[in-house]
Design a protein around this ligand. Structure first.
Ligand code: NAD
Length: 508
């Protein structure tokens, strides 16, 4: 099995890997445009990815449609057997995919293993597809009449994914879509595209028929072709809020079922009764893990009452010990950002924070950082308030803001006023406060003394407000609903002698 298809030579230096599409079970390159792929830890280009033109996408959709009927006809036990084999292969070769992730994304290998493990949860959930696809039956709803409901696949679905979880988010989507009997066009991020090809190869090795999981690489041109293709009946998207909104509106206008998850600004409240050492550990882990490039990263700590000074001092102490470096070095705790532009953008937020009246307690632009690559250290900014850019915008980097408020009500008002509502957490030792927080807070995923409350695979993942357009959450039970259409069948077996004409509306 190979994810590398051909090699092309960059005139200036080392050969670049050409990352091709996977359509109909074959690795194929499209003509025309290519996009650069970098190793963020070295800053060097390592590959180029084929960017699909619109017609290539439409052809892939036709391939998927042609393959889907036989997959729909495949018995559920055989479909489940594919999922079991996928699980086994991923477990055995987790280190291989983790290193592919690190090479193009930059996160540490240990963190990439965590991503793979969370993606695997979705495969495990889908091994139970027999159960998840069960219908419903009501006997004798009227005399001699029974009703049952079945779940049938939508057909061909598209999955469009972001750079920050190049294996986990594709696994969130494609496993359930395939388990439910659909064919998939996966369009991963063009910045770290190789993990998607690896996943497609694994599904094929596990026995998935050709044409059911197709990977089409590309950028806006490919995405727009997906949104306009009449064969594609449903679109799952994860990415930034402006693009999520665009995807939602254009796909829905074309009559497609769509779920589009967007960006985030996740707050962690620290109550005066919280254990401050645990809270500081949690804040540092959740803010700086994966260099802050997680949609569930904590980017704002809300210090309630008088905890601010002590908490900031504990967080600053912990930051000073963080090791920033190449993700393949086992000593590294935080890798680089995905691109030079992302790094510069994050540096701009830190630069701007002081000008807006905040206090930069720890400046990630300073200190010892690797000379090559897209590195920036962890930053901590105090005295942040709504209205400052550092608060209002999603930074998506290792910057933790601290907002100080007088009491619990102010903290809840702050969070509920934010346009994003992906995740949030409260740190407290008081059960009543925790319960009240769970009740009051207008956010889709809530942690009680848990800083990154990503639901396990048997629940579903999704935020509220500008963090999700549509109403179906990702993976778990809601994904089986999203990727299937319900059909309700009403049945009667009358004796011919009971037949009669009646123009009245049927009641019972
Ligand atoms: P992005 O929105 O730039 O890209 C996501 C996908 O959209 C990619 O496949 C990309 O090729 C495509 N795309 C980009 N620009 C487009 C355009 N103009 N038209 C059509 N398609 C376009 O997001 P990203 O930078 O790859 O990922 C980071 C973002 O994703 C952050 O905002 C993060 O919060 C969000 N995210 C959200 C969740 C969640 O569950 N809510 C999970 C992970 C990431």
């Amino acid at each position: 099995m190979s994810t590398t298809i051909t090699e092309t030579t960059d005139a200036a230096s080392a050969p670049l890997t050409l990352i091709t599409h996977v359509v109909g079970g074959a690795h194929v390159a499209s003509e025309g445009r290519r996009g650069p792929v970098f190793n963020p830890a070295t800053g060097k280009q390592t590959g180029e990815v084929a960017l699909a033109p619109a017609e290539f996408v439409h052809e892939a959709a036709r391939t998927a449609k042609a393959a889907q009927k036989a997959w729909r006809d495949t018995g559920l036990a055989k479909r489940a057997a594919v999922m079991y084999r996928v699980r086994q292969i991923i477990m055995e070769r987790a280190d291989e995919i983790a290193r592919i992730i690190t090479a193009e994304h930059g996160k540490t290998v240990a963190d990439a293993h965590g991503e793979v493990a969370r993606g695997l949860e979705n495969v495990e959930f889908c091994t139970g597809l027999m159960h998840h696809l069960k219908g419903e039956y009501s006997e004798q709803v009227a005399t001699g009449i029974d009703v049952h409901q079945v779940r049938q696949p939508v057909g061909v679905v598209a999955c469009i994914t972001p750079f920050n979880f190049p294996a986990m988010v594709p696994l969130w989507m494609v496993t359930t879509a395939i388990a439910a009997g659909n064919a998939v066009i996966l369009k991963p991020s063009e910045r770290d595209p190789s993990a998607a090809n690896w996943i497609a190869d694994v599904f094929h090795e596990a026995g998935l028929p050709d044409g059911i999981l197709n990977v089409v690489h590309g950028d806006k041109e490919a995405v727009d072709a997906i949104l306009d293709d009449p064969i594609i009946r449903a679109v799952s998207f994860v990415g930034s809020t402006p693009i999520a909104k665009y995807i939602y509106e254009r796909a829905a206008a074309n009559g497609k079922r769509v779920q589009a998850l967007g960006g985030a600004k996740n707050h962690m409240i620290v109550m005066p009764d919280a254990d401050l050492d645990s809270a500081a550990d949690a804040a540092v882990s959740a803010a700086y893990g994966s260099a802050g490039e997680r949609c569930m990263a904590v980017s704002v700590v809300v210090a309630v009452g008088d905890v601010g000074d002590a908490l900031i001092s504990k967080v600053a102490d912990r930051i000073s010990g963080l090791v920033v470096g190449d993700g393949t070095d086992p000593a590294s705790e935080m890798g680089p950002l995905i691109t030079r532009e992302a790094r510069d953008r994050v540096a701009g937020f830190v630069e701007g924070a002081a000008g807006e009246g905040a206090t930069v307690v720890v400046d990630g632009r300073e200190g010892a950082l690797p000379e090559e690559g897209f590195f920036i250290g962890a930053s901590l900014v105090d005295g942040v308030t709504p209205g400052m850019r550092v608060y209002d915008e999603e930074i998506f980097g290792p910057v933790l803001s601290v907002v100080r408020v007088a009491n619990y009500d102010e903290a809840v008002d702050l969070i509920n006023s934010n346009r994003y509502a992906n995740g949030t957490a409260v740190f407290t030792r008081d059960g009543k406060t925790a319960r009240q927080f769970e009740y009051d807070i207008e956010v889709g995923m809530v942690g009680i003394n848990v800083p990154i409350p990503v639901p396990v695979g048997s629940f579903s993942f999704g935020g509220w407000k500008d963090s999700l357009f549509g109403d179906a959450h990702m993976y778990g039970p809601e994904a089986f609903t999203f990727y299937t259409r319900r059909k309700v069948v009403t049945t009667r077996w009358p004796e011919p002698s009971e037949s009669q004409i009646s123009l009245g509306f049927p009641t019972h």
